[in-house]
Design a protein around this ligand. Structure first.
Ligand code: UDX
Length: 421
């Protein structure tokens, strides 16, 4: 169980901000982290969420939680199929939730006898809740959007003009879990090409503000840390493909053999559902773990931020989800990128070709290629260069969060902005 530290509260005229996370791990994490950041700035926080994938309210006793059921969406929802057709899934989720969300928001705004309606400053919604802006608008509640992708990925969708045209994109502001030094060019593009008049707030990396808080939907296996404690510095490759990606049995076995043949110690997160059609580790050859002789450790879900901060970890083999990418950058850990869908493609390309802190595992997933990639990052001179550049970015992270740093300043602008709404 992690220690829960209540963030220190600064004196400020308290106003309540309502946060509306999308019910998936990679979106819940940044939204709840943002809630903690705003709480520490003096705002009261209400989280409106679906009963599907409810966050654990016990970890956030200082937040108010209001849930609504999703009008049947969860009856057809299959976690292992989320990645099959994301646009269809999001459209269905939005369609099913529009009425219950409206009712929940109305209830919250009307029934709060202690606070007048004016004490609600705004709704901060995940960008993938397309319904949120128009519903909030009906109650004259200002909205700010949280884009949980990188700035580059958001630009690559070229979606901004369409979103604005359709009225999905609120004009009150955008919050990004990124920081200026990482995406300076992309930020300039945002300002110049799209949003001259819209304030944008790159205040990331969110998780660095309150690393002790957990919004994990699955229980994090702390034995990962005791296993890492027994490994040599920078000797271990950490392998995890996030909360949604699913792979077939052939790929699963190539990954296992690639790890085994590399002779590098590995900590591998095999989330139930990662292997299509498998409960958990059944596709592994019998005796696989004994064969790798204690050099490999497999868990269902790890305390990832702690793992990446552990001195034994030398490389992260990742699906390039934006949270994972930021968490790795923050610890100066080079990456092997194996993207599956959506923003992961752009993130992977930036890691390998722009920031040059990792490599993109391209082509068919085969054990020989995996073994070569692991050795390149963990053992060869090439990997040393990636590590040095990753450490340089880690230093930039530390600077941007300090007093006067770019994210620190953006957060100040964001709180002023919310108070002005
Ligand atoms: C999804 C999308 O797939 C991703 O592309 C998008 O950027 C965000 O939404 P997901 O696939 O889950 O997210 O990946 P990621 O963004 O990396 O988020 C996973 C989160 O789960 C991270 O915060 C990570 O720390 C956490 N995690 C992962 C654990 O706590 N334990 C684990 O074992 C693995």
């Amino acid at each position: 169980m992690e220690t829960q530290q209540e963030p220190c509260k600064l004196p400020r005229n308290r106003r309540r901000v309502i946060l509306f996370p999308l019910p998936f791990q990679g979106h819940i994490n940044p939204m709840l982290q943002l809630g903690s950041i705003l709480y520490s700035e003096g705002f009261s926080i209400t989280i409106i969420h679906t009963t599907l994938n409810s966050p654990n309210s016990c970890n956030y006793p200082h937040f108010e939680f209001c849930s609504f059921s999703d009008d049947g969406f969860s009856e057809t929802y299959q976690p292992s199929k989320v990645a099959d057709d994301i646009p269809a899934l999001l459209l269905s989720l939005n369609a099913k939730c529009v009425v219950p969300f409206r009712d929940c928001l109305a209830n919250k705004l009307m029934s709060n006898s202690q606070e007048s309606k004016d004490s609600f400053a705004c709704l901060i919604t995940d960008a993938a809740w397309f319904i949120a802006h128009s519903v909030a608008n009906d109650f004259r509640l200002p909205t700010i959007v949280l884009l949980t992708d990188s700035i580059a990925a958001s630009l690559s969708y070229a979606a901004f003009p369409i979103l604005r045209e359709k009225g999905y994109l609120p004009i009150q502001g955008i919050i990004w879990n990124s920081f200026e030094d990482l995406e300076q060019v992309e930020l300039t593009t945002v300002h110049q090409q799209y949003y001259l008049s819209i304030p944008v707030f790159p205040i990331g990396p969110f998780h660095k503000y309150f690393p002790a808080y957990s919004s994990s939907l699955l229980s994090q296996d702390q034995s990962s840390i005791s296993w890492l404690d027994r490994q040599a510095p920078r000797s271990v490759i950490y392998v995890s493909f996030g909360s949604i990606a699913a792979i077939n049995e052939i790929e699963f076995l190539e990954i296992a053999w690639g790890l085994a043949n590399s002779r590098v110690p590995f900590l591998w997160v095999v989330r139930p559902g990662l292997g299509r059609g498998a409960e958990w580790l059944e596709p592994l050859p019998k005796g696989f773990l004994e064969m790798v002789d204690g050099r490999g450790y497999i868990v269902k879900w790890a305390p990832q931020q702690q793992v990446l901060a552990h001195p034994a970890v030398g490389c992260f083999w990742t699906h390039s989800g934006w949270n994972s990418t930021m968490e790795s950058i923050c610890e100066g850990i080079p990456m092997i990128c194996q993207p599956y869908f959506a923003d992961q493609m752009v993130n992977s390309r930036y890691v390998s070709h722009v920031w040059r802190v990792g490599l993109h595992l391209e082509g068919k997933l085969e054990r020989e290629g995996i073994e070569r990639a692991i050795r390149r990052v963990m053992v060869e001179a090439d990997g040393q260069g990636m590590r040095e550049r990753a450490m340089y970015l880690k230093e930039k992270v530390d600077i941007c969060l300090q007093r006067g740093g770019s994210s620190y300043q953006s957060l100040g602008r964001l709180t002023d902005h919310i108070l002005s709404l």
